[in-house]
Design a protein around this ligand. Sequence first.
Ligand SMILES: [Zn+2]
Length: 509
Amino acid sequence: MILIKGGRVYDPLGDTDLPGLLDVLVDGDIIVSVTAPDDDQDRKRHVEQLAERGLAEVIDARDRLIVPGFVNAHYHSYDTLVKGLVEDAPFDLWAMHSQPAFFGPRSKAELRLRTLLGAIECLRQGITTVQDMCTLVPQDEETLDIIASAYREVGIRVVFALALRDLAELDIAPFLPDDLSEAVRRSVTGTPRDPLEDLAFVDSQIRRLPSGGLWHWGVAASGPQRSSDRLLEGVASLSDRYDLPVFTHVYETKAQTAKARRVYASQGGSMIRHMAAVGFLGPRTTMAHGVWIAPDEIDLIARSGARIVHNPLSNMKLKSGVAPIAALKAAGIPLSIGCDNCSCGDCQNMFQGMKMFCLLAGVADPNPTGVHAVHAIEAATRGGAQAVGLGNVVGAIAPGLKADLSLIDLSTIAYLPLNSVARQLVFSETGQGVDTVMVGGRIVMRGGRLTTVDEAAFRAELNDAMPAFRRDFEVIRSTAALAAPALLEANRRVAALDVGLNRFLGDLW
Ligand SMILES: [Zn+2]
């Protein structure tokens, strides 16, 4: 048992400016009580039990804010080593620098290190759960085992889903010029996959490595426009069979939207209505991005019970446009926040995500939007937990939930003076204040130092692995550079199309 004593415990239903001082008692991986100091019989009884068992650890949480561990509801672990290598690239050009298919098989050491790197960055920022929408190259048990083992090693909670796609071409392919060289055509069209084989692999792995401890399964199709109906139906049926959340990317870019207008003509050009028609839209569905959703589709999503993960950093870095956060919130769609790829946001930082969640709601509307700091925190905690299928497991500091939480140092500059914990957590915190992190009752970071990984040794191993990675990345960069003129031409064509709505700002479009 661990007693976290006398911290300000963030409670969305309590005083979010100055939360009360409380004691949090953790037994095993569960929060057993959250009580006022000194006056609670339950806590006294628990502390007596602690003393009897001789297992007591008391963490002094004076000057600490105790917040639920953040849930990074949309993330990909496969390209963490690309951090800082790509800039000023619209979505499809960026994709050529980041997607596992372009990299081919990687060494075992690199698979482990890249998984650890992303997880370490998350933990250091108070993120205790990641939804890793991953792709295995090659898609085999050994590759999966290396990744799962790295997650166990670092001690973060993961909702793991293999992002399947059987249609390989880039989203923007229909808008490319006709006169592509054969080499460029090959690189942008890719190789289709057998959906039944991939679905069978996912099915077998869910049974081989069942959910338990910090490991949870989800299922995923990379995007409706990258999937045959057979694949979407297969993923939905796996979700039904195992009661798992379903993840996918939806309407991230204008090109995807323009493509939807063509390929879903029988559904009025709506990707959302197509998802509903094939049984892929329901209360277990969580859609990443949702930038280019039309108002009637927002209503349809709200009625279906599906959820949206907002990814403000990657949306901005990839020039995807501004998601209609205030409208989604007003429609009652449950929202969460993702930090997405390290190659297109370049950090796993929920503080940046929460701040952008609030600020971006305002750039399209000069009037109050009703999107406040408390809503960003809600999206980063309980909303995220619900989005990844862990709504009854994590997302709050409450008895019966898993002990996933962070202690944030209120003596750091972000909280001086302490006027509002909620607003300063969202608008002032950079991540510097995250001091101690617990996942499933285990302290994985204490006083700013990870307890599960020797970070000096990790840095040395990472440095050793980088020369080979950088060499391979230069090949990828030159393949992408060959395709860049055609991709940028297609991007210009898409920008000029009328898809019935606009998610860019200003007068340029
Ligand atoms: Zn994504």
